[in-house]
Design a protein around this ligand. Structure first.
Ligand code: CP
Length: 337
């Protein structure tokens, strides 16, 4: 049976931690080759810099090849709804695209951000799940509505590096930050899952009405508990950051207001003071809490230049670790394929 990589929790904590060990070895240059004559096809229904470049580089570095498709920009625009009467703008159904790409490639990566609608429906993450259903080859989630597991792996790898292999008990603060757009919750949910899998004390600092999807919060709580740690929810950024060992700055939209974007935007407009300032950073442990962000970042909006470029920022290490974590993932998924 094929094994998709749709989320870290579906892959399993033990296997994720084993991937991180493999990623460390890959990063040290201990594992050459391994993907000779393997093909990864990637469907980017939304833009990317890191995910696309790092997967293409990963395939090349191990002797394989990556094919990138951007529906609507050089490849056909894709219909995602089952049973759709395709007399509109979409030209090809994902059922056909997934089945055909499965004949060319050994693994298929898909990026598909959330679309407008009712959160109860959108949260089902139908598009990535349909690709997984239709494609005979394993699927890698390159960021969907609910999860960005490749980012989560790289974040976990970075946290282990920063805390000498054992971040257990360290205080990880996921800090909501103001942003001009209502962004998806895939990255913050995945980051919190990573920290909980590592046994870190997880603090989710967000304004009222900006809770993550309750199922995600419950999952983080369960993972933290399983690993002997705690989760705290805090609506005061000053209080939340005191003693933090790691601060993950991230914006996301209110899922409670998902289908009322004007109302959400009006609410968000009053939250510009939710950001990591120099003063807040000084309140972290020894004033040296590491600063994380998945990138891309709106400089001097989410984070000031002096913080992103400062001595405790690890944002570029996180981005580099995307490459190594994904090399490990591809080796694990494709070596025996
Ligand atoms: N962090 C991340 O996924 O970056 P891209 O959107 O550029 O791929």
């Amino acid at each position: 049976m094929k094994r998709d990589f749709l989320s870290m929790e579906s892959w399993g904590q033990e296997r994720c931690l084993a991937l991180l060990d493999l990623a460390d070895r890959v990063k040290r240059g201990e594992i050459p080759g391994g993907l000779e004559r393997k093909i990864m096809a990637m469907v980017f229904m939304d833009p990317s810099l890191r995910t696309r470049a790092s997967f293409e580089a990963a395939m090349f570095l191990h002797g394989g090849h990556g094919i990138v498709l951007e529906p609507g920009k050089g490849s056909w625009s894709l219909e995602t709804e089952p049973g759709a009467v395709m007399d509109g703008t979409t030209v090809e159904h994902i059922k056909d695209a997934a089945r055909v790409l499965g004949r060319y490639a050994d693994v298929l990566g898909v990026r598909t951000f959330p679309r407008p609608g009712a959160w109860d429906t959108v949260r089902q993450d139908h598009v990535i799940r349909r690709f997984a259903e239709y494609c005979e080859k394993p699927i890698i989630n390159l960021e969907s509505t609910r999860r960005h597991p490749c980012q989560g792996l790289a974040d976990a790898m970075t946290l282990r590096e920063q805390f000498r292999g054992d971040p257990r008990g360290k205080r990880f603060v996921l800090l909501w930050a103001w942003h001009p757009k209502a962004l998806p919750t895939a990255v913050p949910a995945s980051a919190a899952i990573s920290a909980a899998m590592l046994g870190m004390e997880v603090v989710i600092a967000r304004p009222d009405d900006y809770e993550l999807d309750p199922e995600d919060t419950a999952l983080v709580r369960q993972l933290a508990r399983d690993n002997g740690a705690m989760i705290h929810i805090n609506n005061d950024p000053d209080d939340a950051l005191v003693g933090a060992d790691a601060v993950y700055v991230k914006s996301w939209g209110s899922v409670k207001h998902y289908d009322r974007p004007e109302e959400e935007a009006a609410m968000r407009a009053g939250l510009r003071d939710w950001r990591l300032t120099g003063q807040r950073l000084r309140s972290t442990r020894g004033g040296k809490g590491i600063v994380m962000h998945c990138l891309p970042v709106r400089r001097n909006v989410e984070l000031d230049d002096e913080i992103i470029d400062g001595p405790t920022s690890v944002v570029v290490d996180q981005a580099e670790n995307r490459l190594h974590a994904q090399r490990a993932l591809l080796l694990e998924m494709l070596r025996s394929a």
